[in-house]
Ligand binder design. Sequence first.
Ligand SMILES: [Zn+2]
Length: 295
Amino acid sequence: MNDLLSALSARPLLCDGAMGTQLLAQGLGAGECGMLWNAEHPERVRGVHEAYRKSGCNLFTTNTFGGSSYALEHHGLVERMAELNRAGAQNARQIAGDSAWVLGNIGPFGDFLEPLGDMTAEKLRAIFRAQAQSLIEGGADALLIETMCDPVEVEVAVAAVRDCSSLPIIATYTFQKNGDHAFRTIMGTSVEEAMERAIAAGAHIVGTNCGTALSFPDYLELARQIVRAAGKTPVILQPNAGAPQIVGEQTFYCATPGEMAAIVMPLLDIGVRVIGGCCGTSPAHLAAMSSAITR
Ligand SMILES: [Zn+2]
């Protein structure tokens, strides 16, 4: 696939939306490892990518969010780490073909680094490097390090990818709102520090995905702050389908496709270059967002 960064300098791009909820809709059991489907039910994973392709998305995220060997330990799948990441990238590659980009998805390892936890930066770097290598073998065009809250984990993940490739790296954090216009990760990291450290580590595109109880006006303000902090580095924003509504123990994201489409042009006007969706977004949301891009 041709160069993602030069394409991005010419036009904004549309990333895809949620994967997990789409797999649940196709029968994935609660608590079951969705990544296992990369190998056991690849046609269902490819079906989700295909739905996003038809929606007009240019960037396909592999179904490998919990794909580090550390995260796979919970499912007893450590020995299948390489196979499941490779298969995840191959599934996305098959649908993206030569006309779209495959983002190899690397999520948080799921615990704390030293001194809060037991994980050392050196050990984590080797874990992320192994995952990145498998994603690249499967055909990833770029790596997406996402849903991060600790800038040190971002630095380690970016370093791990750079150890084994020169592909573009996207790094996104998840923020919550503290007070009126103050956004921080749950580790307390500010927008400025988060972006500066990701860029200094070597990320080519930076931004945010998901978020804790953020409304659309919150996302627009967050986008302004990220664009300011990122300087010349392109910015990606992958919001949830509106602020969550909690019913009992379940969380629902209820924004309609039309409501999400309405923030697309404002985000591009602010300077965001890649837009996609996180929790609660579906192919219908992305199709509406795609139609809303008028330049
Ligand atoms: Zn999310």
